[in-house]
Design a protein around this ligand. Structure first.
Ligand SMILES: [Fe+2]
Length: 281
């Protein structure tokens, strides 16, 4: 059973709960594959949290710091910092010097690493990315797909998986963007797409995402078209395959006042609900 279609909800509507996998921390599970144990979660570290020693995990993990300040493996991570730790990679002396929130992406259950053959296999040919500060990277504003030209977009590639081609990147759209003549085709992909929304607004066929919005969309589900009033930034992953855009032949109407139409699994049904725009108009 793969992860269910979850598109989209504002994670502000979801309460923090005690993290059953990480003692002393709180989390919000955003999506979960019950068969493999893979999941995506927000995690909150209290000020002064400290886990002395080395706690390597059996999962491959990507993480991105949203707020606060933490140390691990002798490196300092601030908002915008990213890492990829393959299974078995050191996790030495984890410490939070402020209340810290990060988003963590596990490709399997993060059990303690104990030289499990499947964990060693998962990590094979996947070198760690110990530390990236995305603020220090430049936006790639080259146009990779002409059908997205109306978005005035930019990307920062954080990681491309050397085996599957899976990609994790920051994605921005410009303000005052909408499809030419207010209509455009829908896109779909051969892999699941996952996003956590960081800034601005982005309107699509399921409503307007604002900071804190999250979706997990299985493969081959048409979506869009998209536009933005104030610009937008999100953290996006395409899972277990290359990022490829397929386009419908038909055009669909775009409007900024698109009704909120979430598709949520039972576990997230209570978190439906838009958050109000902070725009003064
Ligand atoms: Fe997409």
């Amino acid at each position: 059973m793969a992860r269910p279609h979850t598109e989209f909800y504002q994670t502000q509507n979801q309460p923090w709960v005690s993290d059953v996998r990480f003692d002393g921390l709180e989390c919000k599970i955003l999506s979960l594959d019950e068969a493999t144990g893979a999941y995506t979660a927000l995690q909150r570290l209290p000020d002064g949290y400290q886990a002395e020693g080395n706690y390597p995990s059996a999962a491959n993990e990507e993480f991105y710091v949203l707020s606060g300040l933490m140390h691990i493996n002798g490196l300092e991570y601030t908002p915008g910092c990213y890492g990829f730790f393959p299974a078995g990679h050191a996790r030495l002396d984890w410490l939070a010097l402020e209340p810290t929130i990060l988003i963590r992406f596990f490709d399997s259950a993060p059990d303690p690493f104990d030289n499990q053959p499947e964990a060693i296999e998962r990590a094979r040919h996947r070198p760690p990315i110990p530390y990236l500060d995305s603020y220090r990277m430049q936006w790639d504003t080259r146009l990779h797909d002409p059908k997205l030209s109306h978005l005035g977009l930019g990307r920062k590639n954080l990681r491309v998986d050397p085996i599957t081609g899976q990609r994790t990147f920051l994605f921005i759209t410009s303000p005052q963007t909408h499809p030419a003549n207010w209509r455009a085709p829908k896109e779909s992909h051969p892999t699941p797409e996952e996003a956590y929304f960081l800034a601005g607004d982005l309107t699509g066929d399921r409503g307007t995402m604002r900071p804190g919005a999250y979706f997990w969309r299985p493969a081959h589900i048409p979506h869009g078209p998209y536009g933005s009033i104030s610009g937008s930034m999100s953290l996006i992953r395409f899972i277990e395959g290359k990022h490829i855009n397929y386009w419908t032949d038909e055009n669909f109407v775009f409007q900024y006042r698109e009704e909120y139409k979430p598709i949520l699994p039972d576990a997230h049904a209570d978190y439906a609900g838009e958050i109000p725009s902070v725009c003064p108009f």
